[in-house]
Design a protein around this ligand. Sequence first.
Ligand SMILES: [Zn+2]
Ligand SMILES: [Zn+2]
Length: 298
Amino acid sequence: MDDFSGDWGISVMVVCAVFTVYVLVLLLVTSGRDPGIIPRNYHPPELESYESNAELGIDQLPRFPRTKDVVVNGVIVKVKYCDTCMLYRPPRCSHCSICDNCVERFDHHCPWVGQCIGLRNYRFFFMFIFSASLLCLYVHGFCWVYVRKIIDSEKTTFIKAMGKTPASIALIIYTFLALWFVGGLSIFHLYLIGTNQSTYENFRYRYNGHANPYNRGIVHNFLEVFCRGIPPSKNNFRAKVQKKSKMPLPHDLGSSFVSTSSANARRGPNKAAWDEGIGRDNSMGPEISTVESMENRL
Ligand SMILES: [Zn+2]
Ligand SMILES: [Zn+2]
């Protein structure tokens, strides 16, 4: 700090510290918020029409049609049925295999943040990676300024200046490497926001050769991410956990849709048969969960 004239040294440090705290707060908000989890159904939907419309699978379990067509901004979009959550996912929603939840406007599961990135935390996620990129640039830049200052003031060579401030050199290398990661990610997400795609949709080439019904022009797309109100969470994570015995059990649900004899034959010694049948497409393990287990996973 003393190497800079006037209050410059302190200013550089204060800005860096405040900016670091800001980035950490964004990280906390991104990872701590409900990303847009859709609460699971305890019953399959539309019980009345279920028996007439559903087909029987090889395990004699009635099956919902796997997809349904819905119209979004004049374009037909297929929505899938989630066996785990027992609901038709809204458009752009997907089931995260790590969190084991359906998440609205699913972008991706971020292992670094330890959370799904979806409708309710995408804005903060982008702000986090963008701010982290700026912080890397800031630290990287001022480390070079400091090295330059040593060279000028001591009339020494670059190599000798490096030896005098190994911390700056370590930071220069670290921020350079980090910048490739968070900076590249920020640029990629700028492109995604501009074209109104999620990472999930982009990786699946969902709009290659198809119209993207969500793309309303670059300005509207940015406004949608940064200015649109964020809907409230659909989950009450502080709710009292119900006793499991009061919850409808999977095999009880199953027996209400198929004859008792076939249900018994299928049920066997435990509910594994139901789990396999219901989770056949996404191998999510046990399907019905309580609020408690959802909280634990989060
Ligand atoms: Zn799901
Ligand atoms: Zn996830």
